[in-house]
Design a protein around this ligand. Structure first.
Ligand code: ADP
Length: 268
């Protein structure tokens, strides 16, 4: 029995037990609904690139005597395959996130290292568009949690900033400390997000402009990963954005004071 039911049983009124049961059922149903939606979305999202690759292969077969067309179709097949790979990786990342509790075996996570890895991950895409990524703020900060997850969150923010910026723009990754919390901001001068979409961009598979995403290779999962990591680490993620001016995503996480909490680092 869930702890909820035990509480209800010691209550004097049977009504509380009934209420608790009804609440549990409702919650169960909602969880089941979310799971079903997710599976439906995943299969839809997977079918799109697979269908495109199949169609391109068929068309390519018909164009065998036109080398330029073959090259064009081959390039598009590479793009679609990359998209498929990214999608599968992010789906795995998301289900891993949900399966393991990052605070089960938390470790001190050095933000300088995490930011360096996140910037490295986007450096090829940034260089291809002539985008500079600048890093600034407070050095030597630490948070407490799961390094892979924090890295995934910041990498997603940096990668979005690069994807949704025009050529030759600048992306800034900066940290600041406010009491016990650290703000990690990723600032871009890109296309921005329409006000009516701001509430929804953290939902799984939500994309502002699905057509545009076919070219940027977006999956619609990146920000839901960021939101999940923020929540499991006791933080939050906020966004400021104006169309045509750019966006600032701020991930706020509790600061870990390494030296003062040495014992926690030694925990098995
Ligand atoms: P994707 O993998 O498609 O980028 P995300 O979950 O990371 O998915 O982002 C969801 C949506 O938010 C995208 O549709 C994109 O339009 C918008 N978005 C995210 N980051 C930015 C940004 N830095 N600038 C403009 N739009 C963004």
């Amino acid at each position: 029995a869930s702890p909820r039911l035990v509480t209800a049983r010691v209550a004097p009124l049977g009504a509380r037990l009934v209420l608790a049961l009804v609440e549990d059922r409702t919650r169960e149903r909602r969880v089941e609904e979310v799971r079903r939606d997710f599976v439906a979305n995943v299969s839809h999202e997977l079918k799109t690139p697979v269908g495109a690759i199949r169609l391109l292969a068929e068309t390519m077969g018909d164009a065998a005597d036109d080398p330029e067309a073959v090259k064009r179709f081959a390039d598009r097949m590479v793009t679609e395959s990359d998209r498929l790979t990214k999608l599968v990786q992010q789906i795995i990342e998301l289900s891993r996130l949900q399966a393991d509790d990052p605070l089960e075996k938390p470790v001190p996570v050095h933000l300088d290292d995490v930011i360096e890895t996140a910037v490295d991950t986007s450096s090829i895409d940034a260089a291809a568009k002539g985008i500079s990524i600048l890093v600034g703020g407070v050095p030597d900060l630490q948070v407490f949690g799961n390094e892979r997850q924090v890295t995934a969150a910041i990498s997603n923010l940096v990668s979005n900033a690069v994807s949704y910026s025009e050529s030759d723009a600048t992306v800034l990754v900066t940290t600041r400390v406010d009491d016990a919390m650290i703000d990690i901001s990723v600032v871009d001068q890109g296309i921005g997000i329409p006000a009516e979409d701001l509430d929804r961009i953290f939902e799984r598979f939500y994309r502002v402009d699905p057509a545009r995403h076919r070219s940027t290779g977006g999956t619609g999962l990146g920000l839901s990963i960021v939101k999940h990591v923020a929540a499991t680490h006791g933080g939050e993620v906020r966004v400021w954005s104006a169309e045509g001016q750019g966006s600032t995503f701020t991930l706020t996480l509790p600061q870990h004071f390494g030296a003062e909490r040495k014992n926690e680092e030694d925990r098995p």
